[in-house]
Design a protein around this ligand. Structure first.
Ligand code: SAH
Length: 346
C-alpha cells in the first residue's frame, strides 16, 4: 500500500499493523509528511478547535536514584548541582502561574526518596486547597500501586510516565539492569486502573532505536490508549554515556506527532520543550503537526539551569512562564489561541 493510503487507513481504523508502521516510517517522503500534518491539524481542530492548553511545569527536584543512560539527572552524574524545592517554593510557583492563566500544575522530578508518599500527598493537598479549580499532574517515576492510590486520593488528577520505548531489548540498552520495561508498563496500567488521566510517551532518535522500535511504540499506544502522549527528540547530554550519540531528528519527531494525532484523535499531545530546544520554531511546528498542549516552565529562575535533562535545554525564552505573553502571541501568529482551562481529557 502507498504511504498516503496507509495514513488514510490509520485515520479510518485507528490502527495499523507493526509491519505497516515499519514500512511507513522507513519510506515516508516530504509529501507524505505534509499529508499527515494536514490530517493531524484537521483532527486536532475538530476536537479542540484552535485552542491550546497550557500546563505549568514545576521541576521540583533534580535528585534521582535512577541511572538512565540518556538523562542528565542520572545518579552517576556528579557534575550537576542538586536541589530540592520546599513546599512553600512549589506553592509560590503556582501563585505565579495562576494569574498568568495556568489551571494545571505539573510536578516533575527525579526519583528522589526525600519526597516520600506523605510529603507528595501533603504537597498535592496544599495545591488543591489553595487552587481548587486547578488540575495537578505528577511526573515522578515508578512507584508502587499503593503509592499511586495515595496520590490519587490526595487529589492528583493526572500522571505522566513516558514508557521511553516499548521494545524490551531497546529498553535495556537505555537503562541499567534494575530498570525493566515490564515494570514501567505495569505502572502505566496501574495508573490507568486507579483513574488517573495517564500519559506515556517516548524519545525519538534515542540510541539504538530502529523503525521497528518506533513501530512497537505506536502499536503499544494503540493498545494502551493513553490520555496523553509525550514525544520529543532525544538530545545528548555531555555528562552521560550517550554524550557522543546523535540527537533525534526534527522531521521524524513531527511525523510521529502527526501519526499519534491521526491514530488517537482526542489525545492530549504536548509540543515539548525538547522540540523547542532543537529548533527555534519547534513548538509552533509541533502544533502544526497536531499537538494541542504547551508546558511552559514555572520553576524558580534560580534552579532552571540545574534541571538539565539534556544539553542546551531552553529555559529563559518564551517557554518560561513569565514570558507567557510572548508564547501566546507566537501561538496566535499561527492561528491558535491559548485558553484558561484545566484541559482535561474528554
Ligand atoms: N523521573 C521522571 C521524570 C523524568 S524526566 C520519570 O521517570 O518519569 C522526563 C522525561 O524527559 C523522560 O521521561 C525522558 O523521556 C525525557 N528525557 C530525559 N533525558 C532526555 C534526553 N537526553 N533527551 C530527550 N529527552 C530526555
Amino acid at each position: 500500500m502507498k504511504n498516503v493510503e496507509l495514513i488514510k487507513k490509520l485515520e479510518l481504523s485507528g490502527a495499523l499493523s507493526h509491519k505497516e508502521f515499519v514500512s511507513l516510517l522507513s519510506s515516508y517522503t516530504k509529501s507524505d509528511m505534509e499529508y499527515a500534518q494536514s490530517r493531524a491539524v484537521a483532527i486536532s481542530k475538530k476536537h479542540f478547535d484552535n485552542k491550546i492548553y497550557l500546563r505549568g511545569l514545576i521541576e521540583f527536584t533534580n535528585i534521582c536514584t535512577n541511572d538512565c543512560f540518556y538523562c542528565g539527572l542520572r545518579r552517576s552524574n556528579c557534575l550537576i548541582d542538586r536541589y530540592r524545592l520546599t513546599k512553600d517554593q512549589i506553592l509560590e510557583c503556582c501563585r505565579l502561574g495562576y494569574p498568568l492563566g495556568f489551571r494545571t500544575f505539573v510536578l516533575q522530578g527525579g526519583e528522589d526518596p526525600f519526597f516520600d508518599d506523605d510529603k507528595i500527598c501533603d504537597i498535592i493537598g496544599s495545591i488543591k486547597k489553595e487552587f481548587p479549580d486547578c488540575a495537578v499532574t505528577l511526573s515522578i517515576g515508578e512507584k508502587s500501586k499503593q503509592s499511586y492510590k495515595a496520590f490519587f486520593s490526595a487529589g492528583a488528577d493526572r500522571y505522566l510516565l513516558r514508557h521511553e520505548t516499548a521494545n524490551a531489548p531497546h529498553y535495556s540498552k537505555l537503562h541499567p539492569k534494575n530498570l525493566k520495561l515490564k515494570n514501567r508498563l505495569e505502572c502505566l496500567y496501574d495508573l490507568k486502573d486507579i483513574g488517573f488521566q495517564t500519559g506515556c510517551g517516548f524519545m525519538v532518535g534515542s540510541p539504538y532505536q530502529t523503525a521497528g522500535c518506533l513501530a512497537d511504540d505506536l502499536v503499544f499506544l494503540q493498545e494502551f490508549r493513553p490520555h496523553m502522549v509525550g514525544i520529543g527528540p532525544f538530545i545528548p547530554h555531555k555528562d552521560t554515556p550517550f554524550a557522543n550519540e546523535p540527537g533525534g531528528s526534527l522531521e521524524l519527531t513531527l511525523f510521529l506527532l502527526a501519526l499519534v494525532r491521526i491514530m488517537l484523535k482526542n489525545v492530549l499531545l504536548p509540543s515539548t520543550t525538547a522540540l523547542g530546544t532543537i529548533s527555534p520554531t519547534g513548538r509552533e511546528m509541533g502544533i502544526l503537526s497536531g499537538a494541542n498542549v504547551v508546558m511552559p516552565n514555572l520553576s524558580p529562575k534560580s534552579v532552571r539551569d540545574k534541571y538539565m535533562l539534556y544539553d542546551n535545554k531552553i529555559s529563559t525564552g518564551c517557554e518560561a512562564a513569565e514570558c507567557v505573553s510572548e508564547l501566546k502571541s507566537r501561538i496566535e501568529s499561527i492561528g491558535y489561541i491559548t485558553i484558561v482551562d484545566r484541559g482535561d481529557f474528554k
